[in-house]
Design a protein around this ligand. Structure first.
Ligand SMILES: *Cc1c(COP(=O)(O)O)cnc(C)c1O
Length: 238
């Protein structure tokens, strides 16, 4: 870790924190109601460690192998969020290091995580159900009132809630490409409220990335997942 990189990360973190604070002020919300999840995919463990030393408490990863290796290398206490597509055969690995899995989008995946967590964990695993905001299940996410029971948002949520070792904490979504994030996050907020009505512990809304965190905060996001604005463009730096 060079001094230059450390200074770069510190300046970027400061700028992101200011964006979050301003978005909260505009929405009449308190800045500490929004948790910053630094999405560190494609960046080395040294960057994760440096962000932790700068006060970051939560990090996100989207590939199992990369995440497991970084988790082993980083000594700072952090909450690790798994935010990527997850195959059922990776469940046994992810439950060993993840504190939160944000990308549960099928009944079968919930079942696989529940069984794996039962084997490998002593504490419950926090889960967010990923919501498809364009209704295209191919792109990931459970479908709101979906025809396929395996991928229907409400059934996925029920499967998590009924499990032994998973804790249903809320929803996650990525705004669809080429669509208005405001509209997408308004739909997500509505879905989150309905879910929370049935499940009092499920009050998290993970929404907003580098390009749309302001819109997400305006629509009630409790977690924003920021990669590029903190760490730089993923391709050029690596
Ligand atoms: C990469 C990624 C992010 C971060 O996106 P940026 O635009 O780089 O801030 C957030 N959420 C998920 C699910 C991601 O895969």
């Amino acid at each position: 870790m060079t001094d230059e990189r450390r200074a770069q990360l510190a300046a970027a973190l400061d700028a992101v924190r200011r964006r979050i604070a301003r978005a909260c002020a505009d929405a009449g919300r308190r800045p500490d109601d929004v948790t910053l999840v630094a999405v560190t995919k494609n960046y080395p463990a040294a960057d994760v460690q440096a962000l932790a030393e700068l006060g970051v408490t939560d990090v996100g990863e989207n590939k199992d192998q990369e995440a497991a290796a970084k988790w082993s290398a980083v000594t700072a206490p952090l909450r690790w969020h798994y935010v990527g597509r997850l195959q059922r055969n990776k469940a046994g690995s992810v439950v060993r290091y993840a504190d939160v899995v944000q990308s549960v989008d099928s009944v079968r995946l919930a079942g696989a995580l529940d069984r794996a967590a039962g084997r490998h964990r002593t504490t419950p695993l926090d889960v967010l159900v990923q919501v498809s905001l364009d209704g295209d299940a191919q792109r990931g996410g459970a479908v709101i009132d979906g025809a396929d029971p395996e991928r229907d948002l409400w059934r996925v949520a029920e499967a998590v809630a009924a499990s032994e070792t998973l804790r249903l904490r809320g929803v996650m979504a990525v705004a669809p490409m080429n669509a208005d994030p405001d509209r997408a996050f308004a739909i997500l907020h509505d879905v989150a409220s309905r879910l929370n009505g049935h499940h009092p512990g499920a009050d998290a809304i993970s929404a907003g990335m580098s390009g749309d965190l302001e819109q997400a905060v305006a629509h009630g996001a409790t977690h924003v997942r920021i990669g590029t604005s903190l760490l730089g463009m993923r391709k050029t730096l690596r």
